[in-house]
Design a protein around this ligand. Structure first.
Ligand code: ATP
Length: 438
C-alpha cells in the first residue's frame, strides 16, 4: 500500500489535504490525474445508471438539509460508533477495533498503541455526523449537519421527481455527491475518509416485488464493476448476517475487494423496505404514498439501494491496476487502467528536441487535445518519458521520430504489450478512438 500511496503523490493522483500545514486527518485532495480518474468512474456510473436507462432519473440535492431529515432517518439517535479512549496516550479506537485484545475497560486489556494495561475506558457512544450552525447565532436551534449519506436527499425528493418526470413505479433516482462522516478510526489512504463521495441509486418498487429487484440490482452492479476491468477473483459478495443487518434492512450484500490490507466492502446493495419513506411520511406529515392509477392501489414503495463510494471505487481501480514488471531487465511500475478510465489517453513525445520533431509533435498534440486528454513531454530520455506515463497509466505513447518528419507517420506504443505500431498521423484520432472504446 505504501508503494501505491507514494506513486499517487509522485504522479499527482492524490495529495494529503493541507499538507504544508502538516495535513488534515483522513482528508485527501485529488491532483491532476486523480481528478480525471475519479471523474471517469463517476461519468461511467452516471451513464449506465441515468442515460442508458429510461426508468432512472438523476438528482443533485444539497449537502445541507433540514435537521428533521436526520431525526426521521434515525441518524441523530443511531448513527453512532462505540468508542474507547486510552487515558494514557489519548488515542481513540472503535470498540470493535481488531487490535484490541480483551474487553475495553477491563484492567487486563492493553492499549494497542502505548501498550499500557487498564488504561482504556469502557465504550462510549459517539455520533459520526459533522455539526455546524446555520445563520449568525451559534445555538442549539441553529444546528444543522453535513449529510452523512446522499440517500436522504433522494427520499425527500421522491415525490418531486416522480411527479415532474412522470415516471411510474418501478423507477429509480440516482445521485453522486459528497458525504461527511466524523470517522473515528479512519485510514488506509482514501479507503475511509471524513469527506468522500457517494454514487447512490434508490430504486422504488411495489412491496412484494422487492426480492426480485434486489437480485436484479445485485447482478447489474457486479456486471458494472467487472466492466471497469477489475479482476473477478478479487471481488466477492458478503451477505449481512442477522447481527450485521441494519434495523431497517430486509437483506443486504456488500461487494468486497481484496485490498492490500484485506477484504473490505466498497459497495452495498440493500433492501431498505419502506422504512425511509414511511419515516419521512411520519415526521413531515406529508403523504408519500404511490397511487397506482391502473389498479387504484395505494402503497408506500419499498426501496432497493445501490450505494458505492466513488473514492473507494477509485482505490479499487488503482489497486487492481498496479503492476510491477520487468522490461529488458529493468523494473517498471505500471497502472493498467482500462483505457476508458485512464486519466490521460495518450502522451506525445518528440524523440529528440531538434530536426523539426518538436514542431511536428506539438502540432499533433494540439490536434489531439480537442478530442482526448493528452500530455506533451519532451523532458529526459525517451525511456524515462515512457516510464513516467506507465506510472500514470497512460495507455498510448506517441513518438515523433526522424521518419515522421519525412513521411508523416508516428510510432504508437501500447502501455501493456509494449508493441509499437507505425500509424499515419492523419489517422491517429480514429486509431485512438477505436482503441479507447474499452
Ligand atoms: P463502513 O462499514 O466501511 O463504514 P458503511 O457500511 O457504513 O461502511 P455505507 O453507509 O453503506 O457504508 O456507505 C456506502 C458506501 O459509501 C461504502 O460502501 C463506501 O464505498 C462508501 N463509504 C462509506 N463511508 C466511507 C468513508 N468514511 N470513506 C470513504 N468511503 C466511504
Amino acid at each position: 500500500m505504501e508503494k501505491l500511496v507514494s506513486l499517487a503523490k509522485r504522479r499527482g493522483f492524490v495529495f494529503q489535504s493541507s499538507e504544508i500545514y502538516g495535513g488534515l486527518g483522513s482528508v485527501w485532495d485529488y491532483g491532476p490525474l486523480g481528478v480525471e480518474l475519479k471523474k471517469n468512474i463517476k461519468e461511467r456510473w452516471w451513464r449506465s445508471m441515468v442515460h442508458e436507462r429510461e426508468d432512472i432519473e438523476g438528482l443533485d440535492a444539497a449537502i445541507l438539509m433540514h435537521p428533521k431529515v436526520w431525526e426521521a432517518s434515525g441518524h441523530v439517535a443511531g448513527f453512532t460508533d462505540p468508542l474507547v479512549d486510552c487515558k494514557q496516550c489519548k488515542n481513540r479506537f472503535r470498540a470493535d477495533d481488531p487490535r484490541l485484545k480483551g474487553p475495553p475497560g477491563d484492567p487486563n486489556t492493553k492499549c494497542p498503541v502505548c501498550g499500557n494495561k487498564g488504561t482504556l475506558t469502557a465504550p462510549r457512544m459517539f455520533n459520526l455526523m459533522f455539526k455546524t450552525f446555520m445563520g449568525p447565532v451559534e445555538e442549539q436551534a441553529a444546528v444543522i449537519y453535513l449529510r452523512p449519506e446522499t440517500a436522504q436527499g433522494i427520499y425527500v425528493n421522491y415525490l418531486n421527481v416522480l411527479q415532474s418526470s412522470r415516471q411510474k413505479i418501478p423507477f429509480g433516482i440516482a445521485q453522486i455527491g459528497k458525504a461527511f462522516r466524523n470517522e473515528i478510526t479512519p485510514g488506509n489512504f482514501i479507503f475511509r475518509t471524513r469527506e468522500f463521495e457517494q454514487m447512490e441509486m434508490q430504486f422504488f418498487v411495489k412491496p412484494g416485488s422487492d426480492g426480485e429487484w434486489f437480485e436484479f440490482w445485485r447482478a447489474e452492479r457486479f456486471k458494472w464493476l467487472q466492466g471497469l476491468g477489475i479482476r473477478a477473483e478479487r471481488l466477492r459478495w458478503h451477505q449481512h448476517g442477522k447481527d450485521e443487518l441494519a434495523h431497517y434492512a430486509k437483506d443486504a450484500y456488500d461487494i468486497e475487494y481484496e485490498f492490500p490490507f484485506g477484504w473490505q466492502e466498497f459497495e452495498g446493495i440493500h433492501n431498505r423496505t419502506d422504512f425511509d419513506l414511511s419515516r419521512h411520511q411520519e415526521h413531515s406529515g406529508k403523504k408519500l404514498e404511490y397511487v397506482d392509477t391502473a389498479t387504484n392501489e395505494r402503497f408506500v414503495p419499498y426501496v432497493i439501494e445501490t450505494s458505492a463510494g466513488a473514492d473507494r471505487t477509485a482505490l479499487v481501480v488503482m489497486c487492481d491496476a498496479y503492476h510491477e514488471d520487468d522490461v529488458e531487465g529493468e523494473k517498471r511500475v505500471v497502472l493498467r487502467f482500462r483505457p476508458s478510465l485512464a486519466p490521460l489517453k495518450a502522451a506525445v513525445f518528440p524523440l529528440v528536441n531538434k530536426d523539426g520533431m518538436p514542431e511536428l509533435a506539438r502540432k499533433l498534440y494540439d490536434a489531439l487535445r480537442g478530442q482526448f486528454n493528452v500530455f506533451y513531454d519532451d523532458g529526459g530520455s525517451i525511456g524515462r518519458r515512457y516510464r513516467r506515463q506507465d506510472e500514470a497509466g497512460t495507455p498510448f505513447g506517441i513518438t515523433v521520430d526522424g521518419q515522421s518528419t519525412q513521411d508523416g507517420t508516428v510510432t504508437v506504443r501500447d502501455r501493456d504489450t509494449l508493441k509499437q505500431d507505425r500509424v499515419d498521423s492523419g489517422r491517429l484520432v480514429d486509431y485512438l478512438r477505436d482503441k479507447l472504446a474499452g
